[in-house]
Ligand binder design. Sequence first.
Ligand SMILES: Cc1ncc(COP(=O)(O)O)c(C=O)c1O
Length: 399
Amino acid sequence: MDGRVFALRTRAVRRSFIREILKVTEEPEIISFAGGLPQPDFFPSEEFALAAAKVLRAHGRQVLQYSTTEGYPPLREWVAKRYRARQGIEVDPSEILITNGSQQALDLVGKVFVDKGDLVLIERPGYLGAIQAFSMFEPEFRAVPLLADGIDLAALREAARLPRAKLFYAVPNFGNPSGITYAKEKRAGVAEVLKGSGVVTVEDDPYGELRFIGTELPPIRSFLGGESVLLGSFSKIVAPGIRLGWVCAQADVMEHLVTAKQGTDLHSGYLSQRILFQYLSDNDLDAHIGRIRAAYRAQRDKMVEMLRAHFPPEVSFTEPEGGMFLWLTFPPEVDATELFEAGIRERVAFVPGASFYVDGGGGNTARLNFSNSDLDRIETGMERLARAVRRILDRRSGA
Ligand SMILES: Cc1ncc(COP(=O)(O)O)c(C=O)c1O
């Protein structure tokens, strides 16, 4: 079709580079640290089969019908209760909107808050899916650097003062792609900087429950209250295929989100919500998450061990306390795209970091996923990657 028929906004949005390279990395002989996939061994397929049968047999006609936009009330209550139990924050079930994963929540947040030309402040490096979702609304992005203990508060303060600053998007727990976690003081600091500034904090927390080292930290919302929007997801603690997540927001924001969602899809799949709620009622989710954490910790430890043992000391890396990703920084002369090609020749894949930077740079960085590969594949894959890195470094130094 003639390109002119497409809305101008489509020109600002690129296809996700990650989704593109996943095609290359699907070949079975390639060990892929590229995707952001949870470990499928932990998908509760049997439990879901039982829950589905139970719900369909007992309430078939009801669960196959249209339903409310906000979501299944007992599931919204479950989410609110868990905030109280886990983090001691008071959330009313009316402040929870069930969405098709937190990815849809990002789209709805964009629809509700972002006008063309508004400024979206995003971590540097930042989550590609958020860049993609917000780009549809034609904002300008301003990248705010991440330090080892979270966002650079001075840079955030400066950015928040810019004309048309509208949103600050953050992943404070085991960030995607960085693996970085905001220290408690940083969370309070974000609230201090943004309170009353007119900039809405969008706190995206799909990984918070996957902490395997250290103790849980309060969300930014606990310091900022209703000036923030908090997103959550069942993708990493239950399964991504059910496409269920949520937004936690105060009443006036909720009102707009619900209207936006009505225009998008009326409501999230009611059958999945009912099956999920049945699953949560009949099973011990905490025990399940405990098993996921133990496995991910071992996998993360193996990756770190391999980095220490086989990679040149000038390669630095984050050591996440949870989540699914680890972030590598190579010496400036290493081009991660070239390394990606070398990696594919060695039959190992990762995501070159540049696409997580909205303002250029990051050419010498990479994201590695440790949740989707078992210990043997991590060992072999990291040996292969180390070979590719050494080859590039040797070539650079003319050896
Ligand atoms: C930071 C972040 N936000 C949101 C999502 C989307 O997750 P989902 O839509 O499956 O809840 C992801 C997925 O990887 C993510 O890493």
